[in-house]
Design a protein around this ligand. Sequence first.
Ligand code: NI
Length: 178
Amino acid sequence: MIRDILIAPNPKLKTISQPVRQVGARERRLMDDMTETMYAADGIGLAAIQIGIPERIIVMDLREDEARKPLYFVNPEISGQSAKKAIYREGCLSVPDIFEEVERPAACRARFLDYDGSPQEIECSELLATCLQHEMDHLNGILFIDHLSRLKRDMALKKLRKAKKREESAPERPSLAL
Ligand code: NI
C-alpha cells in the first residue's frame, strides 16, 4: 500500500525513532509498504518516520540497473566511518524540489537486521554510504537540510513553506477555462 510521505517542516520528522523489537509479519508488511511508497515517489531511500511511523526501519534501492533490488535495514547502527569525506548533492522525498551539497564520511560500515530479522553487516562507499547515512539521520530526526549553513537551510524552509501555501490556496476543483 502506498502511504503518504510527510513533508518538512512537519514536526513529526524530528521524532527520534524507536528500535524495532522483533522483525515479524507486521514489520515486513510495513517494509513492503515503504518500498512501494519509495518506488511510487521515484526515490532511492525512505525511512519509516517519513510515512509517520517512528520505528528504526529504512528501505533503499539505488536503482543501479533496471531490476528492483530493495535493501532493508532494521535497527541500523554505524560501526565505522572513514575519516575521508565525500560531497554529494542530496535531495529528500520529505524536502521536495530542493537539492544541496552535503559533506559526509565517504565510507561507513553498519550493522542491522535484514528483512528476515537476521543480523547483517555492510561496508558502504560512494552513493550507498551517503544514502545510508542520510536515511539513518531520519531515524534521529535529522534532515539533510540540517547539515547546511543556516542561511541555506532558511532559504530551503522558506521555499517549502511557499510551495505549501500555493498548494493550500489552490482551488479544490479547477475552474473550467472555456
Ligand atoms: Ni530523506
